[in-house]
Ligand binder design. Structure first.
Ligand SMILES: [Cu+2]
Length: 125
C-alpha cells in the first residue's frame, strides 16, 4: 500500500534526523562555561582554571593547559576531573605575572569525538 510506503519513508527520515541532530543523546561535548571566563580581565593571578562542558567527558586523554604570551606552558600540569560532575575539569596555577594567557583544552566527548578549543584571559599589571 502506498501509505505504508510513505510511513516507512517518514520513519527513515526521522531516523536520519535523529542520528545527525546536534540534540542527539550522544552529543558532541562543547565548552559551556569557564572560570576565568573567556577574554576576562583579572586584577590578580587566578588560583586555578575551571572548564565545564555540556555533558560529562571521558576520563582518559583529558588536558587543560595554560600558555603564556611567549608560548611557555605555565600551569601546574595537574588537570583533574570532578568526581561527581564529569563535565567539570580544573587545573591549578602558580602565581602568574601580568600578561595575556591562553587556555587550551582537549577532551573526548561521550560520542568518542575529540574536542579541542582555547580561550584567553588577561591579568592586569
Ligand atoms: Cu561529536
Amino acid at each position: 500500500m502506498k501509505s505504508d510506503y510513505i510511513k516507512t519513508l517518514l520513519k527513515s527520515f526521522a531516523l536520519i534526523a535523529a542520528l545527525t541532530s546536534p540534540l542527539s543523546v550522544f552529543a558532541h561535548a562543547i565548552l559551556v562555561k569557564s572560570q576565568p571566563e573567556q577574554n576576562a580581565t583579572l586584577t590578580a593571578s587566578p588560583k586555578q582554571i575551571d572548564v565545564w562542558f555540556n555533558d560529562k567527558v571521558g576520563g582518559e586523554y583529558k588536558a587543560v593547559a595554560v600558555i603564556d604570551s611567549k608560548g611557555n606552558r605555565v600551569d601546574n600540569k595537574d588537570v583533574q576531573q570532578e568526581i561527581l560532575d564529569g563535565s567539570h575539569l580544573y587545573c591549578t596555577l602558580p602565581e602568574l605575572p601580568a600578561g595575556t594567557y591562553t587556555v587550551r583544552y582537549r577532551v573526548v566527548s561521550i560520542d568518542t569525538h575529540i574536542v579541542t578549543g582555547k580561550f584567553q584571559f588577561t591579568i592586569q599589571p
